[in-house]
Design a protein around this ligand. Structure first.
Ligand code: ATP
Length: 310
């Protein structure tokens, strides 16, 4: 029997079928031009990928996170960042393909350009998914992003096994529209992604109030959470709109803000917190994130979010 979400008192485990990337970050005076050879002023290698970042955010929020992911053994030391953050490597396998990675240029104005290579994140095949979920029980949560192969098969398998699904369809691609999104408990999108999913023009951005009926008709049982960058965040659930404005903070780097938001929101929601409380907690956590440089390193700990005063 599945308990009502309001009677949950224990921390529920969450599986994350999540990308693991190695981010190669180059600081450059300007983004490299066609045909140009440019010297970088600084180079850092850090753990990245929306999957890994969201696992770290969930763990720092207080969740028990079981990460399903793949990487090349050569990157073991960086991938250990996940385990150091308290994430359990339930099915963290090494493969011969290169790890997923991103080549990131950041210029003096903070502008960036990114080449993303899926590598090991795309090495999952449908027949391997059952074993990834072998310990999962009906009612457990599974989080996915759009950076691993077999997303559709994973959604269908997990839904058939009675798992509760949360999905962040980033990076957005046309194929996302073909996924069985009606099976999701929670869908995390930003303003661009929600327009793409609903075939709406990006300019002018749709009024939130106009999205309520559209989303309610399209996915009546799904809680849709929309991040709005510097404006804040909103949710549409059971025909009701909630909006929480962003906190006015000194922004240094917004990398990882969406992943921080996802982890903190989901942790609060899984614990049975009211929707508005979960949104406020996630807005607070991501406001802390944008005040720091980096991705996974800028994701705050729960105690920092507790102590954060505006
Ligand atoms: N300039 C800002 N000031 C305060 N809070 C911010 C700012 N930018 C983002 N946030 C907070 O971070 C949350 C997530 O940011 P954003 O909407 O940019 O993420 P995203 O587009 O979903 O993620 P990503 O950029 O990782 O793809 C916002 O909902 C907001 O609460």
């Amino acid at each position: 029997m599945q308990l009502s979400r309001f009677t949950q008192t224990v921390v529920m485990p969450i599986y994350n079928y999540g990308s693991i990337n190695i981010d190669h970050v180059y600081r450059v005076p300007h983004l490299v031009r066609p045909g140009e050879t440019l010297s970088s002023q600084d180079y850092q290698q850090v753990l990245g990928g929306k999957g890994a970042n969201q696992s770290i955010a969930l763990a720092r929020a207080g969740s028990e996170v079981l990460h399903i992911g793949r990487y090349n053994l050569a990157d073991q030391a960086l991938v250990h960042t996940l385990i150091d953050a308290g994430v359990s490597p339930i099915y963290l396998a090494t493969v011969t393909e290169p790890s997923g990675h991103a080549i990131i240029q950041v210029d003096d104005q903070g502008e960036n350009s990114i080449i993303l290579y899926a590598g090991a994140n795309h090495s999952f095949t449908p027949d391997q998914l059952v074993c990834c979920l072998q310990t999962a029980q009906a009612g457990d949560w599974l989080l996915l992003q759009n950076e691993c192969s077999c997303t559709q098969e994973m959604i269908e398998l997990a839904a058939a096994r009675g798992l509760q699904l949360a999905f962040n369809p980033a990076p957005m691609q046309a194929a996302v529209k073909e996924l069985p999104l009606e099976r999701l408990a929670v869908l995390f999108v930003n303003q661009v992604e929600v327009c793409q999913l609903l075939d709406l023009p990006l300019e002018p951005p749709p009024a939130l109030a106009d999205l309520v009926a559209l989303l309610q008709t399209r996915w009546p049982t799904t809680l849709v959470v929309i991040t709005l960058g510097a404006q804040g965040a909103a949710s549409i659930y059971q025909g009701q709109l909630e909006f929480v404005p962003a906190l006015p903070v000194q922004v240094v780097d917004t990398t990882g803000a969406g992943d921080t938001f996802t982890g903190y929101f989901l942790h609060a929601w899984m614990q049975g917190q009211p929707l508005r409380t979960a949104l406020e907690r996630a807005v607070k956590a991501s406001a802390l994130c944008v005040q720091r440089v980096g991705a996974s390193s800028s994701i705050p700990y729960a105690a920092e979010v507790d102590a954060f005063e505006q």
